[in-house]
Design a protein around this ligand. Sequence first.
Ligand code: URA
Length: 391
Amino acid sequence: MAFFIQGLSKKETFYLTKWMIETGRKIDLSDISGPKIDKHSTGGVGDKISIILVPIVASLGVKVPMIAGRALGHTGGTIDKLESIPGYKADLSIKKWKNIIKKTGCSIISQTDEIAPADKIFYSLRDATGTVESIPLITASIMSKKLAEGIEGLVLDVKTGKGAFMKKKKDAENLAEEMVWVGKKYGVKTIALLTDMNTPLGRYAGNSLEIYECIKFLEGEEIKDLKELTFTLGAYMLYLGKKVKGIDEGMVMMEKVWREGKGILKLKEMVKAHGGDIKIFENPEVLKEAPYYKYIKADKEGYVEEIDAYKIGLCARELGAGRFKKEDKILPLAGVVIYKKQGEKVKKGDIVLKIQTEDRKRLEKAYELAKESFKIGKKFKKRKLILGIIK
Ligand code: URA
């Protein structure tokens, strides 16, 4: 709480990160061949990028040893999403984790008692005590687990906007600079992309709903924002891993592998290695079927001027996709489906959003939040998704 209120100097943040790393083991991945490169996002709504990015990049020969987080505040977490796949085990021993990386080229696990355990403790406490939006605490949280992984390169997706922890671009830049600086001090090639999080990524926010969208994307469905961000982050990972000479070549490689369907095969392989039920790949529709739902319709004609990522995130958490208290159980099928994205045309009576859950009592409050989360107007100004890069 004191760090949150007072802030820390750059040097203090470095030592906090260092000591958090030293609460656990630093992993030696030198017995695994190939470049070891990871990615991490500072948190967003509908941010399922890791789940589609990791298998594509791993198909291109970069090893991805990823430690990811759970839902934090109004944002979703990669681990909660993966655990919505029946059987998927995210808390593996280091030995098992390394074996999966050796065999499949990638593995996504949760914070463990062996790797930066302080982050595991702080992370859930910060969620419950409202101490999430802090540059030193985010830096130490992300960089302690990433630097303990034994990687050579790291690509960060630092988000800014309504649905991000850093609402202002300047704060996001400062966060990115601090993380890149800490990474480099540890001898890890680190770069950060600054990206927009005013509106959710893709059309789904919620755990199994997002796994559904990842499967559809990897099967070849064009989803513009997911594609732009995934391919750009992936191109930088390939570049840091010396698989390509430049970002343009990386983008071409990402597109090629995605079109060939190698990403979906690799995701299946990774899910299987983690004990997940791969029958969901035969019938992903089951990932969308929640017993209780409501539609929110347009009350006039026009363009969707805004879908507010923060409000959609709050709504998804209210439905059961996130936690209010540390012990809260996630409802895998809970979440929001965005029928009309920002910039799309609507007629009066068109469905804009669907909210769904496994607990009927949660629908009412979420419905009020959902109604407030979008605006229909006369025109729409397109925003850029990728705002800058910090190296
Ligand atoms: N992701 C993390 O791992 N930690 C944070 O504090 C925020 C996002």
